[in-house]
Design a protein. Structure first.
Ligand code: ATP
Ligand code: MN
Length: 252
């Protein structure tokens, strides 16, 4: 990593011997690298940091930009399981007129994730603020402090009182999502919730697959989200009924 002071020196954000290019030269295609250069030239990224996560479809990197610490989520165009995206996006009325090539689905998916983040935040649920998105790259607020991302819920040590507090926040978050944003997360679990341990606050992430309430499978997606949350919190002595929670999530 290297700080960039001189504007003419911008390309060194990704200088040849940087850990970013070394580790990733085989991962990203040329158009994606060019897009990252463009975002660097616009100041959204001034220094690319290390990898936070390598998922099935996307890589997430730490970076700094004009807005401070950011997370850069890069959906891979060349590998992954994008068939898995079809049931979420093909029936979403907001994306009914996209062409269905793999690239188009990835671009629409990235766009949808940025839109969903905005909607979720407007509904009063804590989630990363989207800063810029273009094609397969989403730059968003870094949820963490001093280069350290907040831990996943699944990796956060909790006493029973913390667990109850987070459980209540998550159910209230689902309710706001449903009632105010008209969205269901559809991949909610201890893997897509971060915990700001200092404030003991839940942060919702990974919202590319969140669907609007007019999606034909919305009931099934919501039931699954609730089951995941109930399963996770069972070990902290939280035993609630699926139906009661489902009613609570829909309560206006
Ligand atoms: P997919 O597998 O569907 O491509 P993913 O699971 O790889 O998605 P995310 O869940 O969005 O993608 O992110 C992967 C990991 O990166 C998260 O578990 C989290 O640790 C980290 N992360 C994601 N977004 C942020 C953020 N805004 N700030 C800090 N860390 C983040
Ligand atoms: Mn995830």
């Amino acid at each position: 990593m290297r700080k960039i002071e001189d504007k003419r020196d911008k390309n060194r954000t990704f200088k040849k011997d940087s850990s970013f290019l070394k580790a990733e030269e085989n991962v990203f295609d040329v158009p994606t690298l060019k897009l990252l250069y463009t975002l660097a030239n616009k100041g959204y990224i001034t220094e690319m940091g290390g990898s936070i996560s390598t998922g099935k479809e996307a890589n997430v990197f730490y970076a700094t930009g004009n807005e401070g610490e950011v997370a850069v989520k890069i959906y891979r165009l060349t590998s992954g399981t994008f068939k898995a995206m079809d049931p979420y996006i093909l029936k979403d009325p907001r994306f009914s007129n996209i062409r269905h090539s793999r690239k188009d689905i990835v671009f629409a998916w990235t766009q949808k994730e940025a839109q969903n983040l905005l909607r979720i935040r407007k509904a009063g649920v804590r989630a990363p603020r989207p800063i810029v998105n273009d094609r397969n790259v989403l730059v968003m607020e870094f949820m963490g402090k001093d280069k350290i991302p907040f831990p996943l819920l699944k990796d956060t040590p909790l006493d029973d009182a913390d667990a109850q507090n987070l459980f209540d926040q998550i159910i209230e978050g689902m309710r706001r999502l449903y009632v105010r944003a008209h969205l269901v997360h559809s991949d909610l679990s201890e893997y897509n919730i971060l915990v700001d341990v200092e404030k003991m606050e839940a942060v919702i992430i990974d919202v590319g697959q969140a669907v609007t309430l007019d999606h034909p499978n919305v009931r099934e997606f919501m039931a699954r989200d609730i089951e995941n949350i109930l399963r996770f919190f069972k070990k902290y002595g939280i035993k609630e009924d699926k139906k009661i929670i489902s009613d609570r999530v829909k309560e206006r």
